[in-house]
Write a protein that binds this ligand. Structure first.
Ligand code: FER
Length: 293
């Protein structure tokens, strides 16, 4: 009796220990529901002058709960998709709810999140033919606007840390492609890079990462996620395969889902928790909820 009880207790504790060591692979139910009685970050709209485009442009900014001008924060640039603008994340994904909840649970390093309009052209509105060649081109032009106009504006007007290890870039779809293109193309500027369901604007892997050794040395976290039923999956999978062949550490995260905010909200939940913290590369291949081998 006592022995079988001891065995039971041992197994119970052992299983508990194993579970405690398991990584959280997906956002839990309620992660995107506004909670009562917690602190909230603040959302504002900023206007910066773009030399690249030649006019004033807008971005939205989320500052964390307890934000103080006397501290300095790292920055995540969070980019939208082909049909969106600087409000797409706020309207479709409510990152402020996801991040408020993560802060309340002590799971996030305080950071400022900047959500730009990634269509760098005079009329950057989301209406009309979103696939028009000049509009698609404007998503590439945004690299210059981001580096030369928006980042300097943010660094002049917000209390932020300005070294590469305190700057992250991530985005959904066209914004995922932009994040991979701009982040991996400017390793002197970004140490944390995430592409959620990255679109066909994602450069070919060999162009994206021409020097795997340098990428390996400079990147803190490279995150590539996609839904398994997304028609754009190959732009993520081909990048993952090249990175794996060239031994560039990265997280390839494949989940059940399509091309929508369910996937992107989960991506933000998972990726944001990794940012601006010590990195454990040995866990990179444990995150994906679906088999990636
Ligand atoms: C395309 C298919 C999808 C494309 C872009 C997208 C530029 C972008 C989708 C999105 O941002 O959601 O052929 O070409």
């Amino acid at each position: 009796m006592t022995r079988s009880f001891n065995l039971f207790l041992f197994l119970f504790l052992f299983v508990g220990l194993l579970q405690a060591q398991q990584l959280e692979k997906e956002a839990p139910t309620g992660f995107d529901q506004a909670r009562e009685g917690i602190s909230h970050g603040k959302i504002e709209t900023i206007t910066y002058n773009s030399k690249t485009v030649g006019n004033d442009r807008k971005a939205t900014v989320y500052t964390p709960p307890g934000f103080s001008k006397n501290e300095k924060y790292p920055v995540l640039y969070l980019l939208h998709g082909i049909g969106g603008d600087e409000k797409e994340w706020l309207e479709g994904g409510h990152p402020e709810i996801i991040l408020d909840n993560l802060y309340a649970d002590g799971k996030l390093e305080p950071m400022i999140v900047v959500m730009p309009n990634g269509r760098a052209m005079k009329d950057d509105s989301k209406g009309g033919n979103i696939m028009a060649p000049e509009k698609v081109q404007a998503f590439a032009t945004f690299e210059k606007d981001l580096l030369d106009d928006l980042i300097p504006y943010v660094e002049e007007n917000f209390p932020v840390l300005t070294d590469r290890e305190n700057r992250a870039i991530a985005g959904l779809s066209m914004g995922g492609g932009q994040s991979l293109n701009f982040g991996l193309g400017n390793l002197d500027k970004f140490a944390w890079v995430g592409g959620f369901s990255s679109a066909p604007n994602t450069k070919e892997p060999q162009v994206l990462v021409p020097d795997p050794e340098k990428a390996k040395e400079m990147l803190k976290v490279l995150w590539i996620s996609c839904g398994d039923a997304d028609g754009l999956l190959r732009f993520s999978s081909r990048t993952h395969e090249y990175l794996a062949e060239n031994n560039v550490p990265h997280i390839y995260y494949l989940e059940t889902g399509g091309h929508d905010f369910k996937v992107w909200k989960n991506g933000l939940y998972m990726f944001s928790q990794l940012l601006f913290k010590p990195v454990d590369e040995s866990k990179f291949d444990q995150y994906s909820p679906l088999d990636i081998s």
